[in-house]
Design a protein around this ligand. Structure first.
Ligand code: 26W
Length: 820
């Protein structure tokens, strides 16, 4: 038993009950009769974990003993995981057994499901993408390990007070975290600050020595990432910061115990909280500490603990490819250089040749202000040796540039890793590009714009380095688990294989013409609408009306995503109703549901939230609307709510200004769950439309080149306001204070920005958007044809499985083995 294979409990209800009661009695220390729902949830989670354990150990053993294969080290500062229980049950085929076992114990398993607090260790798209990717890596059996930070507080809990967003801390671990396994003995030191000096070695060669000023320990927490019914369990390794005993020994020695403990808290702050900013980096020192903390721990962990003892660092490129999820982990590049130079005593050229083969970089943005830069002064203070290494990398790079482009100093300045203005700083995207095997965008259009715009100089220099990998979503969580009724209909029709092979959805194409299938498909949608109605009543006390077109816009609140445009549409619909322009009984009844968190420091985003809530309040209580329009904004949109909301949607809002949304992944989830998209020619919308066909997609708005042209000749939003009476009425109605209890002040910044700035051209796309929405209403009138279009959306979007994305990464970038 000591060294033999770990055997999981048998897959029977009896064995499950026994294991569960054992966890409850001996783990939680309570008898069933006196156990709380939380006791029961924790015991259930640990029971499921015990079933996964054998697979986990076996996966690790195979990877160790089989001819060691090259691995992917996925480096991401965010993982927006969502609840774990159902996914673990699905992976192990224990859903029915666990349900019956709970019944046998007199427990309703759904009550336990509700008890799980989702780990919200991410902001939005990028974090959720990482979560989908690790699911797919496990399902494909890709040789891989994922690294990140175990934030004690995840993305804030959003509440509304007087229609305004108020943030509350997300203490997701406060009820116990049953999914993480901590290994305190495997901790890794990470150092900061101090100085660098030259010394001469015994061989007479000059070397650099970094003497850090302080450090912390990185505590290892392992999380299981089960593949879908394939016996594989991969590892997500999240680091937590712990103060070292020696951290402030001198304070202890000075007798100030309380002060020393306070200093410990300082060190442990590093993994305390997820930064809630998405897309506008704040340049905060603590954030750079977080980035270096998890990347340094991960690289060291990989070299020291994942590789065999006799491992030669010169073989690294055959053993690892680190995938950089945006620039957040890019400090890993100088860190690997430092390890090779200072700890393994390699020469610069050799170290650089190795490092350049070990990283690949994914860019997730097109907004210039979202590209991370770190002030040189901060880098020098926090990571002096790394700053030195970055200078040297840049020196060689700039020399190469001057050789390739003699006399073109402007280009050299544009491309330099170090920026001079407005402040001397390190451009992390440039560093990533210079040191990576491949640079990829996240949708076809995005990757093109990356080459043409954001990193144009680099793509001219190294065209072969640039590639595209279109994002995807995991069909396990976002179809099978979140939409059981649609899943059953699909499985009854084409068999069960689609869950791990989403291209098979194509077999549904013919059924779009099958009246019986269409009716069943509509019944699924109706069922999902009833489900979300129940969820929102009990979660938020929101009672959605019945029989409406369900129009959903869920994503982070950001000006480029244009929730403001959606709001103008709602106000226009409302204005038509109350002005008597249309007879209420003739309009398609519509419910609009928003879900969106605003970065706490993003004033305009918060104003928009206030206005959406204010409009909802007014519209929902105006009798003239006659039940034809309803606006709901449930607070705290998260993965758990998404799983209930998306399957109920008829219409998916993907209305960003063309050329601004890198990809979007919500758009994929909606299409796969039978919603039609109203969208611009942006991000992955482009590919969705190509696949589903123009006739099954509501396209509107300017194209990216048209946007560029309009901006070049000078955009004046006021002209659209003057010219379009419908738009003018909507804006005037907002500006009059109609939605804000008569207060014009409350809306002046929102209205002022639209009329005089409108950076993301909402007014320019307004008329086209309204026209497209009118087409939506007409189309919805023909329910049977709507179902046809929705079925074709499902059938033709199997491409957007994250399994396909990961296969693309493997083929184009990683070249690692699968099936291990
Ligand atoms: C604070 C700095 C910062 C900067 C950027 C934090 C977080 C970010 C992320 C890159 C923002 C993000 O989530 N981007 C989204 O990534 C998705 C996955 O590729 C895409 O689908 C979205 O279009 C993109 O906005």
């Amino acid at each position: 038993l000591a060294n033999g294979p770990v055997i999981s409990p048998p897959h029977t209800v009896d064995a499950f009950v026994k294991a569960f009661l054992h966890e409850l009695n001996f783990g939680q220390g309570v008898p069933l009769s006196r156990s709380s729902v939380n006791d029961q949830y924790l015991a259930l989670a640990r029971t499921v974990r015990s079933y996964l354990m054998a697979r986990w150990l076996e996966t690790a053993r195979r990877r160790r003993t089989d001819k060691p294969a090259k691995m992917v080290g996925y480096l991401s500062a965010e993982y927006l995981l969502g609840r774990q229980l159902d996914n673990a049950l699905l992976a192990t085929e224990l859903t029915d057994i666990a349900t019956e076992a709970m019944v046998a114990c007199g427990i309703e398993i759904d009550d336990l499901r509700q008890q799980e607090v989702e780990p919200g260790l991410g902001n939005g798209g990028l974090g959720r993408l990482a979560a989908c990717f690790i699911d797919s890596m496990a399902t494909l059996g890709a040789s891989s390990i994922a690294y990140g930070i175990r934030y004690e507080y995840g993305i804030f809990q959003q509440t509304f007070v007087d229609n305004r967003q108020v943030e509350k801390p997300d203490a997701w671990l406060s009820m116990g975290g049953p999914w993480g396994v901590v290994h305190p003995e495997m901790e890794v030191p990470v150092n900061f600050g101090g100085h660098v000096e030259t010394y001469v070695g015994e061989d007479g060669r000059e070397r650099r020595r970094w003497t850090p000023a302080w450090g912390v320990m990185a505590l290892r927490y392992n999380y299981m990432v089960p593949g879908y019914q394939n016996g594989v369990v991969n590892t997500l390794r999240l680091w937590r910061a712990r103060a070292t005993e020696s951290f402030d020994l001198h304070i202890f020695n000075a007798g100030d115990y309380a002060e020393a403990v306070r200093a410990q808290t300082f060190a442990e702050n590093i993994s305390k909280v997820l930064y809630p900013e998405d897309s506008t980096p704040q340049g905060k020192e603590l954030r750079l500490q977080q980035q270096y903390f998890f990347v340094a721990a991960s690289i060291k962990d990989f070299i020291q603990h994942t590789m065999p003892k006799d491992f030669d660092v010169r073989d690294l490129p055959e053993r690892i490819i680190f995938q950089l999820n945006d620039t957040h982990p890019v400090i890993g590049i100088p860190e690997l250089m430092r390890i090779l130079l200072d700890e393994h005593d390699l020469e610069w050229e050799e170290a650089w040749a190795i490092t350049k083969q070990c990283f690949a970089y994914t860019c997730h943005t097109l907004l210039p202000e979202a590209l991370e830069v770190w002030p040189v002064s901060l880098m020098e203070r926090l990571l002096p040796r790394h700053m030195e290494i970055i200078y040297r990398i840049n020196e060689d790079f700039v020399a190469e540039l001057r050789e390739t482009y003699p006399g073109d100093e402007l280009r050299v300045r544009r491309m330099s890793i170090i920026a001079d203005h407005p402040e001397r700083s390190v451009r992390m995207a440039h560093l990533a590009t210079v040191a990576s095997v491949k640079v990829n965008g996240v949708a076809a259009l995005h990757s093109e714009l990356l080459k043409e715009k954001v990193l144009n100089d680099f793509s001219e220099l190294w065209p072969e380095r640039f590639t595209n990998v279109t994002n995807g979503v995991t069909p396990r969580r976002f179809i099978k688990l979140s939409n059981p009724e649609q899943s059953k209909l699909i499985s009854d029709t084409i068999g069960k294989g689609w869950v791990a092979n989403l291209d098979r959805l194509e077999e549904l194409v013919g059924y779009a013409d099958d009246a019986d299938f269409r009716e069943k498909f509509r019944a699924v949608k109706a069922h999902n609408k009833t489900r979300i109605r129940n969820v929102l009543v009990s979660r938020d006390g929101i009672a959605l009306p019945e029989g409406h077109l369900l129009d959903v816009m869920v994503k982070r609140l950001h000006e480029y995503k244009r929730q403001s445009l959606k709001l103008l549409h709602i106000v226009t619909l409302y204005d038509r109703l109350i002005s008597g322009e249309v007879e209420p009984s003739t309009v398609t009844p519509r419910t609009v549901v928003f879900g969106a968190k605003a970065a706490p420091g993003y004033a305009m985003a918060k104003e928009t939230i206030f206005l959406i809530n204010s409009v909802a309040q007014t519209v929902n209580n105006d009798p003239r609307v006659d039940g034809r329009l309803f606006v709901a904004f449930p607070p705290n949109y998260n993965v758990t709510l998404a799983e209930k909301l998306i399957p109920a949607a008829d219409l998916s809002e993907q209305i960003s200004l063309a050329g601004k949304e890198a990809s979007g992944t919500g758009n994929m989830k909606f299409a796969l769950n039978g919603a039609l998209t109203i969208g611009t020619d942006d991000g992955a919308n482009v590919e969705i439309r190509q696949l589903v066909g123009d006739e099954n997609f509501f396209l509107f708005g300017m194209t990216e080149p048209e946007v560029a042209e309009l901006q070049a000749k000078g955009y004046r939003p006021g002209e659209y306001y003057e010219r379009d009476p419908q738009l003018r009425r909507a804006i005037d109605l907002i500006a009059s204070g109609h939605f804000t209890k008569g207060s014009r002040d409350a809306v002046s910044s929102f209205v002022g920005d639209l009329l005089y700035n409108d950076r993301f051209l909402a007014l320019a796309d307004y008329a086209a958007y309204i026209e497209a929405q009118d087409k939506v209403e007409a189309a919805y009138g023909d329910q049977d044809n709507w179902s046809r279009m929705a079925i074709l959306n499902v059938a033709r979007t199997g491409f957007f499985s994250s399994d396909r994305s990961i296969r693309d990464y493997i083929d184009r970038i990683w070249h690692v083995k699968t099936g291990v």
